[in-house]
Ligand binder design. Structure first.
Ligand code: LLP
Length: 423
């Protein structure tokens, strides 16, 4: 459920008409709904009930400070993958003690900053990373809390670019090697073993791969126990899918219930803190990309609706052939209907937001690309020297600008002309 709905033919974000937002802030523009973000976050905390847990929102999905700030106020933790994301979390008032640090390429300076900030856990993805972390922590006189990200080799059944839990992915430590790396972790002087982690992919629409992964992790936990290595938390990553079109992914409640059932059958399972790193399932359907039709270009084989947002603003359709719903903002006006490819201004054939869409539109009309709250703005670029769009957060009947449209001069800030040749 989200808070983008038609009222008398006009599309609203909560109690604000999207047309009003376009008028005030211009297009293209990302619009987020506070109530939807909060609702999606609470779906997790309520699903887990009294079982010890921490929901670490995956900052990469939508890193706007307003988004992070409102989740922090709800008690969220954060899953970060860079020092940049850590600084964002801190700037938004997030609690470093609730931060987990994922990613395959953590640099020394990033480790040092995270240690200094006092994060909850490093999700370590390889043996050399573990050794580096031990050295950095030793130099700082700190002990690094660690969880190993294990690759359970399960097929998440999702797009190959966003599948991460298979043997041939770069992520995690193969499950068969994990015991050896844990034994090393337990011996290293500046490392404290704290958890066990996995993340098998994104936009999963079935529970089975999650449960298979959990089963494999529980086998490993058993072996760790036998080796005298105690684990305090189990981090199952993110990955729960969302409905973009007609997918019916499990709700957090069903997901949590299935996991808790398995855990209950496992001795000591009720004491194991569960961590999740959801990104998409919190943010995707809490946002739309608002864009205006510049031209309608009829063709022999195709009609094009050329809009002012392009692949640089929202790259998912171009990069993953992702399908996102495209809705007219005002359906009260009478328009002729036709089938369009909705394309952007960027000079690339791959620059489309949607293909073969039946739309009743005219030049100047506004369109809303749904499900754009996750992996939308964060993946935007300035290709073709197009400034990145504004971001607006709606809270009931108020619309707040939470990031102003990038200024043109910002595009070449930091660049320099070559000095005149001295001949
Ligand atoms: N934890 C880790 C370690 C991850 O790598 C990811 C996502 C998440 C959590 C959050 O997963 P989520 O709950 O959002 O599925 N740009 C792609 C998605 C890439 C996901 C990368 N990792 C897209 O637009 O579909």
């Amino acid at each position: 459920m989200d808070h983008f709905e038609y009222r008398d033919g006009a599309l609203y974000a909560e109690d604000v008409p999207l047309a009003e937002i376009a008028e005030r802030f211009g297009t293209p523009c990302y619009v987020y709904s506070r109530a939807t973000l909060e609702r999606h976050f609470r779906a997790y905390t309520e699903a887990l009930g009294s079982h010890p847990h921490l929901i670490c929102y995956a900052v990469k999905a939508n890193a706007n400070l307003a988004v992070l700030g409102l989740l922090a106020r709800l008690g969220a933790g954060f899953d970060i993958v860079s020092v940049g994301e850590l600084e964002r979390v801190l700037a938004a008032g997030g609690d470093p003690a609730k931060v987990v640090f994922s990613g395959v390429a953590k640099q020394e300076a990033e480790m040092a900053r995270a240690l200094e900030a006092g994060i909850k856990c490093f999700n370590v993805e390889s043996r050399p990373e573990l050794e580096r972390l031990d050295a950095v922590a030793g130099r700082l006189g700190k002990v690094a809390p660690v969880s190993l990200r294990v690759n359970p080799d399960v097929d998440a059944g999702t797009h190959p670019y966003i599948s991460t839990g298979l043997k041939d992915n770069k992520f995690g430590i193969p499950v068969d090697e994990a015991l050896g790396v844990y034994e090393l972790a337990a011996r290293l002087p500046n490392i404290r073993v704290s958890g066990l982690d996995c993340h098998i992919g994104s936009q999963l629409t079935e529970l089975a791969p999650f449960l298979d992964a959990l089963d494999r992790l529980l086998v490993l936990l058993e072996r760790l126990r036998e080796a005298g290595i105690e684990i305090e938390h189990l981090d199952l990553g993110g990955g729960l899918g969302v409905p973009y079109q007609d997918e019916r992914p499990p709700a957090p409640f069903d997901y949590a219930r299935a996991l808790l059932e398995r855990l209950a059958a496992w001795p000591g399972g009720e004491r194991l803190t569960l961590l999740f790193e959801p990104g998409r399932s919190i943010a995707a359907n809490a946002g739309v990309l608002l864009t205006r039709v510049e031209y309608l270009k009829p063709g022999e084989t195709k009609n094009f609706a050329i809009v002012d947002a392009g692949m640089n603003d929202l790259i998912r359709p171009a990069l993953y052939q992702a399908w996102q719903r495209i809705l007219p903002v005002d359906t009260r006006v009478s328009r002729e209907s036709a089938t369009y490819d909705v394309v952007g201004p960027v000079c690339e054939t791959g620059d489309f937001l949607g293909k073969d869409r039946d739309l009743a539109i005219a030049e100047g009309d506004l369109l809303a690309v749904r499900s754009a709250g996750a992996y939308g703005f964060v993946m935007a670029s300035t290709y073709n020297s197009r400034p990145r769009p504004a971001e607006v957060m709606v809270d009931s009947d108020q619309a707040h600008l939470v990031r102003r449209r990038e200024r043109l001069e910002a595009l070449w800030e930091g660049e320099a002309l070559l000095p005149e040749a001295a001949d």
